[in-house]
Design a protein around this ligand. Structure first.
Ligand SMILES: [Zn+2]
Length: 610
């Protein structure tokens, strides 16, 4: 998962994360409920302009009952990769089980489990409607000519049974509409088949009018599906194809393997969101972006992040996420590796693939250093655990930038300990082979042993205790010189506003206004959606730099603040006030030579050795 909320890259006053509803379950009964065994599961889904008018996917699930007792059908509570409880059963309507012409009795066992009484029936069809009204890459969203849905939304599983059941999905739509998914084709036209439930719910669908094209990359088909049709064509489409064609080989080189048969990138561009976010799967990902992201480097960076997840988290996965469980939170201390190190490699893939240069790579790293500095000291393990409850102190997603920086530190220390003969690449590749390839998740022992081996036997127990499990500031001044770099701190003068914001349904919404600030004096209110500051639109993917360039030297000038308040657009009159802030940046150390320079070059080029 990766989100880019445009305004959050700004240093206004502080940036608050979005809040999420937690969920509580009743205490588990002594014996966990277990469905009658089911076989031959066939999910038939239909979506056309008639069901689109009701924002509904119609589903008919048919199966054979292979044993006694009631049938228990449960819907997932979350989608792996989006670490929050959503309870997809909320969107299930008109649940109706039948056996031939006979209606079957049903009730609910708990809030996301339906209990059907077969009453002797051997073959059952359950019909229901799923309301596709939520614009979120883990959920289902429809337009008059299109739907996005995830298997976790619409495909229930037999409660308490093995997830190793094969199943067929048939997608019915109207002539002329396309279907794009990473799901494996089944025997009949429009049918798909997977060997187990984990794979079944890991293959989201786009159905409707869209643009789809394909390219061979690393000897595999890569497919790009974009909605709405015409949204991304011509030069920006060619640019993204060129970038994907460069980033994938740089990632495959880390693992010396490309793990998919085909890979599908599924992108929605809509002004209904102000930022961009995306969610990974084993052979696809879904991204939802404001159209302002088309052609921007942020789109390339998030795309690289999601594709790298095909290795890191979808395959190389912490033991506490293996296997995925769908009916409750699955806490892990390892999101700093699964998300943070993925983010490190997303940027490495861009620089190693020649999409950005090493100066831009450093600038992306600088931003992460500033993000971490602005947050309360938080252990990476604690940030990983806490994401499920959405802490309100701004640390909910801290494991992205801080985990990425931990990756850089480890990379330098491993290269230093091995005379640049090995790198963090070796740790990922070795752990991938020793755990994922053996059908299991990695433990702390697997990870830290691989790190120590790569670093020539050096112990990382203290590093773990201080910087991963602990809250100590990262030891930049000790580690950066090993890679011929240093951290320079500048004092930046920039226009301040005095609001804390969060992203809500795509809008940048004011959550707090600092007393006496520019925003307070202009009359900005909590709940306003910020649209533009002066002539700089909030949707501009380069908002931060553009805003600073426009107003960074205009103390006392007028600053029109355009907001949406309820249904009205209001322009408030503010005044530019400059404030000071410390900003860190990585710079080459002037006297670096020999090994340190080899390490610095090795990181951005993806090479080891002398
Ligand atoms: Zn991610």
């Amino acid at each position: 998962m990766r989100e880019a909320a445009l305004l959050l890259t700004l240093s206004l006053w502080c940036a608050a994360g979005v809040t999420a509803a937690g969920a509580q379950r009743a205490p588990a009964p002594a014996r966990p409920p277990r469905s009658a065994p089911l076989a031959n599961l066939r999910y038939e889904l239909s979506f056309d302009s008639a069901s689109a008018a009701e924002r509904t996917i119609r589903v008919a699930l048919s199966f054979d009952v292979a044993g006694p007792g009631p049938v228990l059908l449960s819907f997932p509570a979350w989608t792996p990769g989006a670490y929050e409880i959503t309870n997809f059963a909320r969107w299930v309507n008109n649940f109706a089980p039948t056996a031939g012409d006979r209606r079957l009795a049903w009730d609910k066992l708990d809030f996301d489990t339906w209990r059907v009484q077969p009453a002797g029936a051997r073959s059952i069809t359950v019909r229901y409607d799923y309301v596709a009204d939520t614009l979120d890459n883990a959920m289902a969203w429809s337009r008059p000519d299109f739907v996005l849905f995830n298997g976790t939304n619409v495909l229930p599983f037999p409660e308490g049974r093995d997830f190793d059941f094969p199943a067929t999905v048939t997608m019915k739509t109207q002539p002329g509409w396309l279907v794009a998914t990473g799901m494996a084709s089944g025997p009949a036209p429009g049918s798909y088949r997977e060997g187990n439930y984990h794979d079944l719910v890991d293959k989201p669908f786009f159905v409707g009018r869209m643009d789809v094209d394909s390219m061979r990359i690393e000897n595999r088909w890569h497919r790009l599906a974009t909605y709405p049709a015409g949204a991304m064509s011509g030069a920006p489409r060619s640019l993204l194809w060129d970038q994907i064609g460069r980033m994938v080989p740089a990632m495959s080189a880390v693992f010396q393997e490309t793990p998919w048969d085909t890979y599908t990138t599924l992108l929605i561009f809509t002004p209904d969101v102000g930022g961009g976010s995306a969610l990974e799967h084993g052979n696809s990902h879904v991204g939802i972006y404001n159209p302002g992201f088309i052609g921007s480097p942020v789109l390339a960076s998030i795309t690289a992040h999601e594709i790298f997840h095909a290795w890191n988290v979808k395959r190389l996965r912490p033991h506490d996420l293996w296997p995925y469980e769908y009916d409750e939170e699955q806490e892990t201390t390892w999101l700093w590796v699964s998300e943070g190190i993925t983010d490190y490699y997303a940027n490495l893939a861009l620089v190693r693939g020649g999409i950005i240069d090493s100066v831009e790579f450093m600038a992306m790293t600088d931003q992460k250093i500033d993000e971490v500095a602005a947050a309360p000291p938080t252990a990476l393990e604690d940030a990983s655990l806490s994401t499920w409850i959405g802490p309100t102190d701004g640390t909910r997603y801290l494991y992205y930038p801080k985990g990425s920086l931990a990756g850089l530190l480890l990379d330098i220390l491993i290269r230093d300990g091995s005379d640049n003969r090995r790198s963090l690449d070796d740790v990922l590749r070795e752990t991938y082979r020793a755990t994922y390839k053996k059908g299991r998740g990695f433990t702390g022992r697997d990870w830290w042993d691989a790190v120590a081996r790569a670093a020539g036997g050096r112990s990382f127990a203290e590093f773990n205790a201080r910087y991963i499990d602990g809250r100590e500031p990262f030891p930049w001044s000790k580690v950066l010189p090993l890679a011929g770099m240093r951290l320079v701190t500048d004092t930046i003068r920039e226009p301040t506003l005095g609001i804390a914001t969060s992203q809500d349904s795509g809008a940048i919404v004011v959550r707090e206004v600092a007393p006496g600030s520019v925003a307070a004096e202009a009359g900005v209110k909590v709940g306003d959606a910020v649209l533009a500051l002066g002539d700089v639109a909030i949707e501009n993917p380069n908002f931060g730099p553009a805003y600073r360039a426009r107003f960074g030297r205009s103390e006392g000038d007028s600053l029109p603040i355009r907001v949406r308040r309820g249904t009205e657009i209001v322009t408030l009159s503010g005044t530019v006030r400059l404030g000071e802030r410390l900003e860190s940046r990585l710079a080459p150390a002037p006297n670096a030579r020999g090994k340190a320079v080899r390490i610095r070059n090795g990181i951005v080029r993806g090479v080891t050795g002398r």
